[in-house]
Design a protein around this ligand. Structure first.
Ligand SMILES: Cc1cc2nc3c(=O)[nH]c(=O)nc-3n(C[C@H](O)[C@H](O)[C@H](O)COP(=O)(O)OP(=O)(O)OC[C@H]3O[C@@H](n4cnc5c(N)ncnc54)[C@H](O)[C@@H]3O)c2cc1C
Length: 566
């Protein structure tokens, strides 16, 4: 299941997709780890990477929807293909992923726009090797995007000027088109428009981070805007801001998976060669437990995110289930990534600080992913809206198979209004849970029943329903149920061995218990809620044979499998 750049054995629907992945890997392997780390440590802008991308036209194949593609180009927006590309970039370093990612975001409002002139311009720029940027965030307003101070003022002759600042904007030093979000001065309606980062009225104030990335503060000083630059207005502009983030935030999970996979190879190689007190570090039982946990968590991340891709690809106006699964990739997979790195770091200890190891980079970069494109809290606040229908109003849908056929996901640029989340229905999660008979799935099912019961016998009070602190913890428990569901769906599709599945549910049971204790401890929890929480605290079914099989057949099997060229 896990990426090994030496062995690309995934299903590729066409030769171009394989070529993109192989050439990207070859680019990084040829440069080697020494150069990768030097550039990272000295915060060198990745001009050579962008030259490579331009020469191979990789971004234009990856980021042009089929409708805008050129003949024979095999361009399409294919979430299945994007998964692996984002994973590979994360595997070699988050900065390379980030310049791609913010180009994805910058193109979002353009591909969602009705402005065909702007789309044609974007396509030309993509083909010429330009990068793109997404100017949504502002210095004073953080997650509160309602409060934009970027103002577009009509000047009377059908043209406009734009004035205001944007903050934390990736690629904004070089982007051919910077999709910028603001408000009309006269009507107050939202507007998305494209600006040129090299225009004299575009002031690049500074890079606000010390990194290979350029994460800019920029200002527009009476920047001239014409109708040709306007991408969308009013509700359409608002929807395209949120819908673009819907498309982009999915990739955060894949960068995380790539980072953790590379760190895993490094950690297991180091620990299995290091001898202390006459034994290998990997002979210590607690080290085996840390590795087993990291492995099960990493595999679960990948199973979940791959299955979510199927639902992204199956999305339509009648099937908006992706709006639950996608924020979960963003929020759950990225925070699980932090956990995996924590576990591995506990194993390799001082080695994790060394400047010429991949790990020290992973340990820093992994922290960014939960914070980008809506914090964990913002995504959790979104996820909670789905809880009632998920548990209590399931609906039949046709089965969604593995979607690796190489199709274009044009619906993602036509998602429509962002409202009505509470009305979205889901297929019955119980079906897949009931189709497995494994000890820890049984325990987890008991926890789910108790959680659901709590919603009926001790539901949140009116005050608790407004208390984000309380709801976030309940949301964590709900999240685990959905996480487990898609993991199981994919465990079937990928014929995952039972030892692995049961080990995944071993940690899911422990995590559920942990959140039950947190909910119990909330200041506002009532005696009835506390009692129910205590019932939810359960111990996973332990099985030495299972953990030893996992350790010997799976985890140790990662040893010696991959090492980056020096
Ligand atoms: C390296 C980097 C690159 C970035 N690149 C871009 C980019 O290219 N384009 C772009 O537009 N933006 C970009 N961003 C901005 C990023 O999306 C913001 O960090 C994000 O919107 C949150 O804003 P904030 O970090 O200022 O947190 P704040 O909004 O100040 O939040 C403060 C706290 O309040 C909580 N909070 C806020 N709102 C809610 C809510 N509704 N419910 C619950 N809790 C809430 C948050 O979780 C957080 O804990 C980037 C940021 C970084 C760090």
């Amino acid at each position: 299941m896990l990426l090994n750049p030496h062995r690309l054995d995934r299903h590729y629907p066409d030769a171009r997709s394989r070529e993109i992945m192989q050439k990207t890997i070859d680019f990084f392997e040829k440069r080697g780890l020494t150069r990768l780390k030097e550039d990272f440590n000295q915060a060198v802008w990745y001009a050579d990477f962008l030259e490579f991308i331009k020469a191979e036209k990789i971004f234009s194949t990856m980021m042009t929807p089929q409708a805008q593609g050129l003949e024979g180009e095999q361009a399409r927006w294919d979430t299945w293909r994007i998964c692996e590309f984002a994973e590979i970039l994360g595997f070699y370093g988050l900065p390379y992923w980030y310049t791609y990612q913010v180009s994805v975001l910058g193109l979002g409002p353009i591909w969602m726009s009705k402005n065909q002139g702007a789309q044609a311009k974007a396509k030309k720029m993509l083909d010429a090797g330009h990068i793109f940027a997404f100017g949504l965030s502002e210095k004073e307003h953080g997650a509160d995007i309602y409060a934009s101070d970027m103002v577009v003022t009509p000047v009377g002759d059908g043209t406009y000027t734009a004035t205001g600042g944007k903050y934390y904007i990736g690629n904004a030093n070089k982007a051919g088109m910077v999709s910028t979000f603001g408000k009309m001065a006269d009507t107050g309606e939202y507007v998305f428009f494209a600006v040129d980062s090299q225009h004299p009225h575009y002031e690049l104030v500074k890079n606000v981070v010390y990194s290979q990335n350029y994460v800019a503060e920029y200002r527009l000083n009476a920047y001239p805007v014409t109708e040709n630059d306007i991408l969308s207005r009013g509700d359409e502009a608002w929807n395209s801001a949120l819908n673009t983030v819907n498309v982009g935030k999915y990739n955060l999970g894949w960068a995380t998976i790539g980072i953790c996979t590379h760190a895993f190879y490094e950690a297991i190689d180091h620990a299995s060669k290091r001898k202390l007190y006459g034994m290998y570090v990997t002979d210590f039982p607690h080290i085996q437990q840390l590795f087993n946990d990291a492995y099960a968590r990493l595999l679960a991340m990948k199973l979940f995110a791959l299955r979510a891709a199927d639902y992204m690809k199956a999305a339509s106006a009648d099937d908006r289930r992706y709006l639950l699964f996608n924020p979960l990739v963003k929020m759950k997979v990225t925070t699980q990534g932090e956990e995996v790195i924590n576990l591995l770091w506990d194993v390799i200890a001082a080695k994790g600080f060394e400047k010429d190891q991949y790990f020290s980079m992973a340990a820093i970069e992994i922290r960014a992913l939960p914070k980008l494109e809506g914090t964990v809290h913002v995504n959790m606040a979104l996820i909670i809206k789905f809880m009632a229908n998920y548990f209590f109003a399931p609906k039949d849908y046709p089965e969604v198979p593995r979607r690796d056929e190489g199709s274009d996901d044009c619906f993602l640029f036509n998602q429509g209004p962002t409202k009505g989340l509470g009305r979205i229905q889901f297929h019955d999660y119980q079906k897949v849970y009931d189709s497995f008979d494994l000890p820890n799935i049984q325990v987890f099912k008991e926890q789910i029943v108790l959680f659901k019961q709590m919603a009926m016998i001790a539901p949140p009070s009116a005050e608790q329903s407004k208390d984000i602190d309380y709801l976030l913890t309940a949301g964590e428990m709900f999240t685990l149920v959905v996480y487990g569901q898609l993991i199981l769906e994919n465990a079937r599709i990928y014929a995952i061995e039972e030892v692995v599945i049961d080990q995944v549910f071993d940690f899911l049971v422990r995590d559920f218990s942990k959140f039950a204790l947190q909910l119990y401890s909330k200041p506002s929890s009532t005696p009835e809620q506390m009692q129910q929480c205590l019932k939810m605290i359960k111990k996973p079914v332990t099985d030495t044979q299972r953990t030893q099989t996992l350790w010997k057949d799976h985890v140790l099997g990662m040893r010696g499998q991959y090492k980056m060229q020096p």
